[in-house]
Design a protein around this ligand. Structure first.
Ligand SMILES: [Zn+2]
Ligand SMILES: [Zn+2]
Length: 433
């Protein structure tokens, strides 16, 4: 097969060049100008499109086992490939928790059966996410985990976090931290500030994240372990991470599309789809996240795709579950960052491919010859309106429903196999903004 006539975006070389991609036996066999390829492979016409490595989302909740009413590995990976995502790392807060090789193996078996996106399980830091006793990192590593995290549950015991960073080093595992001091967050449901006062909702201060980032940067320095800050949300956190990296510490971070686009003002309608942990912050925080993404302090865009049943979201704001789905909107929102001049196109693609792939140490995010042929074909002109009702995900909880975006994956290949194709032939929507 030959993906012909597209503009190949190379996130490492930072180039965008008119090239053909030749695929043989599921791997990239050549990336060359079309007239220099003599192969008679069947062409897939990507004229007018961008051809990029399949996107890598390092922070996804697939909900299986245990919460299949929200999402399954099959529906979650269908949502992934519909968004151009070919590799996902899935968090351990399932039921049972992924704190053993048996659960890790189950996840990998379900993923293999679904035959859509590649799935990389993340193991729990602590048994049952209880924050008391370290899980068996080595056993899970041999079964296939690529990182450890108690995501959803902050690790409040600094001694346990220290041991986790030390233990993870033995197995070259990234420790992904959900940074919120639960004592300080208390029962806050949105960012603490004038807006929370005006809305009469209990707030969680930026300091609840920043204290934990400061603590864990100190522990990364003490142990030499690899700390990754999940869904960073405040300006001061970004500054601390930038400073730690400048000192050569193995500290990294990801930002979510929602923290890059929305502020606490989105809560004004008391819409449960604006509720997440950490919460949406201020305009100044959004600007700092964008700057951190542009200068490389933040190496990855990750969705924190968190499906919930409508009953868990269409209720009082206080009671609503935390989190939103993101796999099917991340690329369109990312391209908006390019349109707004926050990032250039190769940098955006780097943050969604090689950045997270390197952090996890997985063979993804590249179109190098010999790599698996995981490829997304993006129509950069396609204007489309987010319609949650037609998501491949089982869940609909998104604050972006009805947003007009430009740029969409129209074909997704995993190991050279076409696993998603957008056959929309309707004329493009007329778009106001
Ligand atoms: Zn989290
Ligand atoms: Zn999460």
């Amino acid at each position: 097969m030959r993906i012909a006539n597209g503009t190949v975006v190379d996130p490492v070389a930072q180039t965008a060049t008119r090239l053909d991609v030749l695929v043989e036996d599921g791997r990239i066999a050549a990336v060359e100008p079309g007239d220099q390829l003599e192969a008679e492979a069947e062409p897939y016409d990507a004229r007018g499109c961008l051809v990029v490595p399949g996107l890598v989302d390092m922070h996804v909740h697939l909900r299986e086992p245990g919460y299949e009413y929200k999402e399954t590995i099959a529906t979650g990976t269908a949502a992934a490939v519909a968004g151009g995502v070919t590799s996902v790392a899935c968090m351990a807060n399932t039921n049972p928790v992924n704190d053993s090789s048996a659960v890790t193996r189950f996840i990998l078996e379900q993923a293999a059966a679904a035959r859509l996106a590649r799935v990389y399980p993340i193991g729990a830091v602590s048994v049952g996410l209880a924050g008391k006793q370290l899980a068996e990192f080595g056993e899970m590593r041999r079964a296939g985990i690529v990182a450890v995290s108690d995501d959803g549950m902050p690790i409040m015991d600094a001694g346990l976090m220290r041991r986790a960073l030390e233990y993870a080093k033995l197995f070259d595992l990234l420790v992904i931290a959900h940074e919120e001091d639960t004592c300080l967050r208390c029962d806050g449901v949105m960012n603490e500030g004038l807006t929370s006062v005006r809305l009469g909702l209990r707030g969680s201060p930026a300091a609840s994240e920043e204290l934990m980032v400061a603590r864990d940067v100190a522990l990364a320095e003490l142990t030499g372990g690899r700390l990754h800050v999940a869904h960073v949300s405040t300006a001061r956190s970004v500054a601390m991470i930038r400073e730690a990296r400048a000192r050569g510490l193995a500290v990294s971070a990801e930002a979510t599309p929602h923290h890059l686009f929305l502020t606490e003002e989105a809560v004004a309608e008391y819409d449960g789809n604006a509720k997440m942990a950490p919460p949406l912050r201020t305009r100044a925080d959004v600007e700092a996240l964008r700057a951190g993404l542009a200068d490389g302090t933040i190496e990855a865009i990750a969705t924190d795709h968190a499906p919930h049943h409508p009953d868990e979201k269409d209720c009082e704001f206080d009671q609503a579950a935390n989190g939103i789905v993101g796999l099917e909107t991340a690329l369109g929102l990312g391209l908006r960052l390019v349109a707004e001049g926050v990032l250039d196109l190769p940098t955006l693609i780097a943050r969604m491919t090689v950045g997270p792939a390197r952090l996890l140490g997985i063979p993804a995010g590249t179109l190098a010859v010999g790599a698996a042929a995981d490829v997304a074909v993006i129509d950069p002109e396609r204007r489309w309106r987010v319609a949650a009702r037609s998501f491949k995900s089982k869940s609909r909880n998104t604050p972006f429903d009805g947003w007009d975006l430009q740029g969409k994956a129209i074909a997704t290949f995993v190991g050279g196999a076409l696993v998603y194709e957008d056959r929309t032939t309707a004329p493009p929507l007329r778009v106001a903004s």
